[in-house]
Design a protein around this ligand. Structure first.
Ligand SMILES: [Zn+2]
Ligand SMILES: [Zn+2]
Length: 734
């Protein structure tokens, strides 16, 4: 969220700061203050400082600047010596804050998510009986000793409570060395003990060699490897090389909560668990990982995009797997793209950065073309696995029964796979039963009161659900408009409806739905994926969640229902994304020695995407896509930024928009090469009762869009009740 009237820091780091320093408080919105110091400090040091009657944690940024006499400044209370943020990370945050026009205190909040992290993890200490002790104890002492011998893992206070004996008795036993206290949370330094090194094929070997031997000034790589080509083994080989040098490594994965394939392979190879960082792990665990990353005890973290902000001290390698994945874009709070920022952090930390994908983004391909990234290709599947055979099913020729979605050809293929005891994946990127429900009598449509969106029917929970705000309601017995009973008609398919069709076609097959609302925790995901591995499931019906990185060896047949769905909507990346999704999806088929088959049901079989899928001529597709973007000066050949203005009060919002329009800088030096489009109501005009308008700012590639936006917003007072979101390099246009 943009905060008006805040200056943007331009930190110029200096090695030593004397007399007074500028401290940024780590509480959002608190700002920067000067403090007096006795001993020299360095930027990045974390301190506790007084402000009014409270104590805050803050980060030392630079020399004091406010021109206040040093004698009138307050003193710093405490310097947290064990938690200095490296220059590399500070420069990175500063860069990110400037690029995304985001307040640096919010960026640093991602580095230090909790002030508790500045202190060591409080270890649980348990009582242990000292076998070598020959001290004679009192009667009460004996009672304690006997109890400790029987019970493990007791803390001092637990023991005292259980026996109703005062702490002083137990403390005396500790002083006399009859008992001692042991830290149980002390983790050992994780290191390779025994490494199981797999055999790499020639292209994997040369990829590894190329990356390891590259020079320092050319250390970003696009690893373009077809699905099943063994990119993971290339990553692990390079990680192994870094771990032997005792350097720190970071691996970013999309949807990490659900994908444990990488972690499994990691453990098989190195015989220890990497630290795992994502939103689903406990705060205590995060605290521990954070401390051990900053103390360099942890050498490897596998994480979601937020792991990019961990306080590594000695980072030497960043891997971004499935670099094309849109989930690397964070859409709330500080809006940033973790794939792009991994490259920036790599630049400041002098790390090698590997962006891996079977379907690289146009942005990364372009960066290879202009010489920013090195490209490495793995063009064959590992071992005996062959690329899947892809068939585009022309749905215009298909006569589907109403409420049915599978073509005859697809049904035949599914049947054949099931007869061969192989697994099948039916893909549709829609949760629930049907995206729209209407009344047959009066045409009433169920829609959300808070959003401009239809309510999605979820039969499993018997609810109508809004996918934008989470609002849900019971499905009523009669129409809210005309009171007709049992006249609701579902329109269009979702995973649940497709599962119902599969069940009716193949009654003896075991079906499982995989979508973000059915697989919503890592434990749940583990269980379901184990069932698939063990052959407990015959037909998987899933959303895009299932298309990412899973490796099901007995899965041979994939059907994409409604493959055109992603092509509508006018998103500039619609074709690219659909192509990536379908390629990933087809890549799930035939991962071992069985041949894979992918049926792509399309009403636009002549669309560029479908033709590329059918012919496998990916380069033609990429160059046609690039030409189109170049012609329209769209990314990566031009720059975009969105301004999203929101308010629950529509007249107020419209008034504010007028103010914004009149303030568009007219004399800006690059104005002729910058277009401001809009304001226009957002495609989803209302979300969570907030009305939304969008500006799209478009510029030539060599023009910086950020100074223009700053100039524009500089003199605008933010009206109460109005929110502005700045989205640089937007991926979402809804
Ligand atoms: Zn009705
Ligand atoms: Zn809603």
């Amino acid at each position: 969220m943009y905060v008006m009237n805040k200056s943007f820091f331009n930190i110029k780091f200096k090695k030593k700061i004397k007399n007074s320093c500028q401290v940024l408080l780590l509480s959002p919105g608190k700002g920067v203050y000067d403090y007096r110091i006795d001993n020299a400090l360095e930027p990045g040091e974390i301190v506790s400082v007084p402000l009014r009657k409270r104590i805050y944690q803050g980060i030392v940024l630079a020399e004091g600047t406010l021109g206040f006499p040093t004698s009138k400044l307050k003193d710093i209370i405490e310097v947290h010596n064990s938690t200095k943020i490296s220059y590399e990370l500070l420069y990175f945050c500063n860069w990110l804050s400037n690029w995304y026009i985001s307040d640096i205190s919010n960026v640093l909040k991602m580095v230090i998510p909790s002030s508790a992290f500045l202190y060591p993890v409080k270890n649980k200490k348990i009582l242990i009986f000292n076998k070598d002790s020959d001290v004679k104890t009192t009667k009460l002492g004996k009672k304690v000793v006997n109890y400790i011998k029987k019970k493990d893992n007791l803390t001092l206070s637990e023991c005292s409570k259980a026996l109703n004996i005062s702490l002083s008795v137990i403390n005396k036993l500790i002083r006399e060395n009859v008992l001692f206290l042991k830290d149980i949370n002390d983790t050992e330094i994780l290191k390779i003990k025994k490494e199981n090194i797999p055999k790499l094929n020639n292209s994997q070997k040369s990829a590894v060699k190329f990356i390891i031997n590259s020079s320092k000034d050319s250390n970003t790589f696009l690893l373009d490897g077809v699905t099943g080509s063994g990119k993971t083994e290339v990553y692990l080989e390079i990680i192994s090389n870094e771990l032997k040098k005792e350097k720190q490594c970071l691996v970013l994965l999309p949807e990490i909560v659900l994908s444990n394939y990488f972690i499994e392979r990691f453990v098989e190879r190195f015989n220890f668990f990497p630290a795992v960082w994502h939103s689903d792990i406990s705060k205590k665990n995060k605290h521990k990982i954070w401390r051990e990353v900053i103390n360099k005890k942890i050498k490897i973290v596998v994480g979601a995009r937020s792991a990019l902000f961990l306080p590594f001290q000695d980072l030497n390698l960043i891997i971004v797997d499935e670099e094309h994945d849109a989930s690397y874009k964070q859409e709330d709070g500080v809006i940033y793209n973790a794939r792009d920022m991994a490259v920036v952090r790599g630049m400041y930390s002098n790390s090698k950065v590997i962006l891996g994908s079977a379907t690289p983004s146009l942005e990364s391909i372009y960066n290879v073309q202009i010489g920013k990234y090195n490209k490495i290709v793995l063009s064959e599947r590992y071992g005996s696995a062959k690329m899947p055979h892809i068939k585009i099913v022309n749905m215009q020729k298909e006569k589907l029964q109403s409420g049915k979605w599978l073509s005859k050809e697809s049904i035949k293929a599914v049947k054949k796979a099931l007869d061969n005891k192989e697994q099948v994946l039916l893909y549709i990127n829609r949760r629930g039963y049907s995206p729209l429900t209407l009344c047959r009598i009066c045409g009433y449509r169920f829609s959300c009161n808070n959003c401009s969106a239809w309510l999605v029917n979820h039969k499993k929970t018997n609810k109508m659900l809004c996918h934008h705000c989470g609002h849900n309601e019971e499905i009523p017995d009669e129409c809210p408009n005309c009171s007709s009973k049992e006249e609701f008609a579902p329109c269009g398919p979702g995973v649940e409806r497709l599962a119902a069709e599969a069940k009716s076609l193949f009654p003896s097959a075991k079906c499982e739905i995989i979508a973000s609302d059915t697989v919503n925790s890592s434990i749940n995901a583990k269980k379901i994926f184990k069932n698939i591995f063990d052959g407990e499931i015959d037909i998987i019906i899933g959303t895009q969640l299932i298309a990412k990185g899973h490796n099901f060896l007995n899965l041979t047949t994939v059907v994409a229902v409604d493959a055109d769905l992603g092509l509508s909507g006018g998103d500039l990346r619609a074709s690219e994304r659909t192509f990536q999704m379908l390629t990933q999806l087809a890549g799930r088929a035939g991962r071992a020695d069985k041949n894979g088959l992918a049926y792509i049901q399309s009403y636009e079989p002549n669309h560029n995407v479908m033709r590329a899928m059918q012919t496998g001529k990916i380069d033609n597709f990429i160059s046609a896509e690039s030409e189109g973007r170049k012609y329209r000066s769209l990314p990566p050949f031009g720059r975009l930024a969105s301004l999203i203005i929101q308010s629950s009060n529509l007249p107020l919002l419209e008034e504010f928009l007028k103010k914004l329009i009149t303030n568009i800088p007219k004399n800006f030096k690059d104005k002729k090469r910058i277009d401001v489009l809009g304001p226009a109501p957002a495609p989803i005009t209302k979300i969570r009762s907030f009305y939304r308008y969008r500006f799209l700012i478009k510029s030539k590639e060599d023009v910086r869009i950020q100074p223009f936006i700053r100039e524009w917003l500089k003199n605008i007072q933010l009206t109460k009740g109005i929110r502005i979101k700045i989205d640089i390099d937007p991926y979402n246009f809804l």
